[in-house]
Design a protein around this ligand. Structure first.
Ligand code: G6P
Length: 608
């Protein structure tokens, strides 16, 4: 989704804006632009395509000034093009916006009827016109923005810069992220923290309904419909290095290799091996509350949904609670039965996915208890929940989620153990044994990562495949779904994940000698049945790629084997997910796709 950056300070801001936008590239975008106040005029430069195009435009037409706003646009209304790129200007004001103005059709009709001429196809330009009109009625800038916000419906984070006042930027937030950076004689604003880290670690997360003004000296924050509010300054502990590529060819590869650390950080301080349980006060889920849970409803989208399936399976098998996992985008539109007694677990790496956020809010309104399993501190879903269980995977930049996924699996395994122990479904010994297995996962991941070259060799052999299948049963069925999603999103090879038992109900018809079939065969309760499914594939000449912990198991049926260390059934998906990520990564890399920013996809999906 779009990225916003704003700067008020003493330095030339164009390079600072460009650098900030680079750090927001992971959000996905298709055009970019800046507006810089040069002391007299607003200088606006925009370009379709990647940031290098904007950088080139700035090289040809340098702009000087110490106050500016910048934007990367992920098209929602109007094609990705220079004329639709932000900032949008009306009169003396320039506006950048992330989100969607839902009542844009009626507003645009009214504005056109009053003689306003539009230069773009965007909903954002409406905002610039409305502010300009309010200024024309004699309001000063801050109040003009406030008046404008009152007529907007929908999601927005906006930043406004006026030709009449280079000393400040006006900002507003509703349902799209916006965070302020507090420096020494400099203030910034951005859609996400990595864009601020080269300037400051002190940030202020704006809340929905906040209107702010930043000047060099500091920030003023009010409620759009009320008076001033105090928002705490949060010190960010992530280093900028953590948000950079660190020697790997792509962020995705770096993030795959960071998984052992991500799991260790997620477990850190929480695992109590003596008690066979968890220390996780932030969840707001003490034993008494856990005992009263009637049902657990997992809500998520994309890769997080596959982690939710893992959670659902374990909540049932370990904690003996009825559990369901639902796509958040479906759940909220079907008048679901949810309410008191339900624990709703909203799973999201970004904590900002619009559908997951709205579904969690709706469930909360209906009386459910909401637990956020998110990776971004202070994100919208975390704030909308009663309790949080943060995955401490660090910033994930590659659009396709990897380390956040396995950190989610780890967090949800902990949750299942915690609820199981609290309800007496798990003994101390069983809890302890499972936690011990979790603690051993990072070492098993490291061992698996050491075999990356072998996986790359297999990837080469399927680089030209047109389709691929991924099969697993039980917990590995979710791994298969995730393996297929990973391959299709970054390599653009059509791939499907299936529960092994469903093979003969359709997909088997597709299998021939050109079809790679990745089969998850860990030594668990489903192995025997899975082996029968793999035989069916082999009998149709399918190219079996077996992921297993006992090489002899697939000796006669697999064209390729990937051996991983053996792990208990509850945690083996954390280990078997790793070679599937590597396989997708190397296939995509050899096909030469834009691995970190696959076409048409965005990291943080803030529209529904
Ligand atoms: C996008 C990302 C995926 C992610 C999904 C859900 O589609 O590309 O990697 O799984 O959104 O995002 P969330 O932040 O809620 O986990």
């Amino acid at each position: 989704m779009c990225g916003i950056i704003g700067y008020v300070g003493n330095e030339e801001c164009a390079p600072i804006l460009l650098d900030g936008l680079r750090r927001l590239e992971y959000r996905g975008y298709d055009s970019a632009g800046v507006a810089v106040h040069d002391g007299q005029e607003l200088r606006v430069l925009r370009a379709a395509g990647k940031l290098t195009a904007l950088g080139d435009a700035l090289g040809r037409n340098p702009v000087h000034g110490a106050t500016g706003i910048g934007h990367t646009r992920w098209a929602t209304h109007g094609k990705p093009s220079e004329h639709n790129a932000h900032p949008h200007v009306s009169g003396n004001v320039a506006v950048v916006h992330n989100g969607i103005i839902e009542n844009h059709v009626e507003l645009k009709t009214e504005l056109k009827a009053s003689g306003r001429v539009f230069k773009s196809d965007t909903d954002t330009e409406i905002v610039a016109h409305l502010i300009d009109l309010a200024l024309g009625r004699g309001l000063e800038l801050f109040e003009a923005v406030r008046e404008t916000l009152k007529v907007l419906r929908g999601a927005y984070a906006i930043a406004v810069l006026s030709k009449d006042d280079p000393s400040r930027i006006i900002l507003a937030k509703n349902a799209s992220p916006l965070v302020l950076g507090v420096g020494d004689g400099v203030m910034l604003a951005a859609s996400d923290v990595p864009a601020l880290l080269s300037h400051t670690r002190d940030v202020i997360f704006l809340e929905d309904g906040d209107l702010a003004e930043i000047r060099r000296e500091g920030a003023k924050i009010v409620r759009v419909d009320g008076g001033p509010v105090e928002r705490p300054v949060t010190r960010i502990t992530w280093s900028l290095m953590q948000a950079e590529r660190g020697g790997f060819k792509h962020f995705m590869l770096k993030e795959i290799h960071e998984q052992p650390r991500a799991i260790e950080d997620t477990l850190r301080g929480r695992v109590n091996l003596d008690e066979g349980g968890l220390e996780a006060g932030e969840m707001g889920l003490d034993a008494e509350t856990a005992k009263k849970i009637r049902r657990v409803v997992f809500l998520a989208c994309g890769t997080s949904y596959h982690a939710a399936l893992h959670g659902r399976y374990l909540l049932e098998s370990l904690a003996r609670v009825e559990a369901v996992a639902e796509l958040a985008s479906e759940f909220r539109y079907r008048d679901p039965v949810v309410g008191e007694g339900d624990l709703v677990v909203a799973v999201s790496q970004s904590g900002e996915t619009a559908d997951t956020l709205a579904a969690a809010k709706e469930a909360r309104e209906r009386g459910a208890r909401v637990l956020a399993v998110v990776n971004v501190q202070g994100s919208a879903i975390a704030r909308a929940a009663h309790g949080t269980l943060y995955t401490h995977a660090g910033p994930e930049i590659g659009v396709a989620s990897t380390k956040c996924f396995t950190a989610q699996q780890a967090a949800l395994t902990m949750l299942a153990i915690h609820v199981g122990r609290s309800r007496g479904a798990l003994s101390v010994e069983k809890g302890r044994a499972l936690l011990q297995e979790l603690v051993e996962v990072p070492a098993k991941m490291r061992e698996t990562l050491a075999g990356a070259r072998h996986v790359e060799g297999i990837a080469r052999s399927i680089v030209h495949a047109r389709d691929a299948l991924f099969l697993g049963r039980g917990l590995s069925a979710a791994v298969a779904l995730e393996g297929a999603l990973k391959l299709k999103e970054i390599s653009y090879i059509h791939a499907e994940g299936y529960a092994g038992g469903e093979m003969k109900h359709g997909p088997l018809a597709l299998v021939d000698r050109d079809m790679p079939v990745v089969c998850l065969l860990p030594s668990d309760s489903t192995l025997e049945k899975m082996l029968s499914n793999v035989q069916e594939v082999r009998a149709r000449d399918g190219v079996v790629i077996a992921v297993l912990d006992e090489p002899s198991v697939a000796r006669d049926i697999a064209a390729h084997t990937i051996v991983v260390p053996r792990a208990a059934e509850a945690v083996s998906p954390l280990v078997t997910s790793v070679p599937l990520q590597l396989l997708s990564y190397y296939v995509a890399d050899h096909r030469g796709t834009d691995v970190d920013q696959p076409r048409n996809l965005a990291k943080t999906v803030t529209v529904e």
